[in-house]
Ligand binder design. Structure first.
Ligand SMILES: Cc1cc2nc3c(=O)[nH]c(=O)nc-3n(C[C@H](O)[C@H](O)[C@H](O)COP(=O)(O)OP(=O)(O)OC[C@H]3O[C@@H](n4cnc5c(N)ncnc54)[C@H](O)[C@@H]3O)c2cc1C
Length: 166
């Protein structure tokens, strides 16, 4: 069964008190406990101090994951990778970190292999399993799948109802 989950977009926590929280938009929500998960910031301090090119989104690397300083590579979340389609792209998914770590190592050994990877991510929101591939900010298509007709109906009903509640 799907649990009742409300998602408030464009909101932030303003105040946390003993029995709940107040959002920037003025909503008061009751809670037993509050988990704040507000993303990460790449640690580029060491690169900045070394004169390696950094922009707001990470350490700049070319398609071989090499920085502007020859022989210095960056991989994983911190790397802002040259991508022929997106031009620059920083990805926060573990399979990209694993792939780029290996690719950087190979290129350090002289292989000269270009970044060529479609990162994917999954998440479970209670019983709802979500998978995404590639760039999700401006997606081309999405697919809804369910193990049974009943479950699919339940998802549609949930999505329909949740657009009218709150
Ligand atoms: C709460 C949360 C949930 C996530 N869930 C998912 C998920 O469901 N699926 C998914 O695909 N991805 C998920 N991610 C993202 C995933 O964890 C990251 O993409 C992945 O861990 C990145 O690996 P990394 O090696 O690049 O960086 P990290 O795992 O962050 O490792 C970087 C390491 O470098 C160390 N470090 C930093 N600066 C220095 C320095 N100057 N000197 C020495 N060491 C330094 C840090 O301490 C750290 O140990 C999640 C991330 C978070 C925070």
């Amino acid at each position: 069964m799907l649990k009742k989950v409300n998602i408030f977009t464009g909101e932030a926590v303003k105040e946390i008190y003993e029995k709940g929280l107040i959002t920037q938009g003025g909503k008061t929500l009751k809670s037993d406990f509050t988990v704040v998960a507000i993303g990460i910031t790449p640690n580029v301090e060491i690169a900045n101090k070394s004169g390696i090119k950094v922009d707001g989104r990470g350490i700049m690397v070319n398609e071989y994951l090499e920085t502007e300083v020859e022989g210095i590579y960056a991989a994983g979340d911190v790397a802002n990778i040259f991508d022929p389609i997106e031009e620059k792209r920083r990805i926060e998914h573990w399979n990209n970190a694993e792939y780029t770590g290996r690719l950087a190592a190979r290129n350090m050994l002289g292989v000269k292999e270009k970044y060529n990877f479609l990162s994917t991510v999954w998440s479970d929101v209670f019983d709802l399993h979500i998978e995404a591939a590639g760039e999700t900010l401006d997606y081309d298509d999405y697919v809804l799948r369910a193990e049974s007709f009943f479950a699919l109906t339940e998802i549609f009903l949930y999505l329909f109802i949740s657009t009218f509640i709150d």
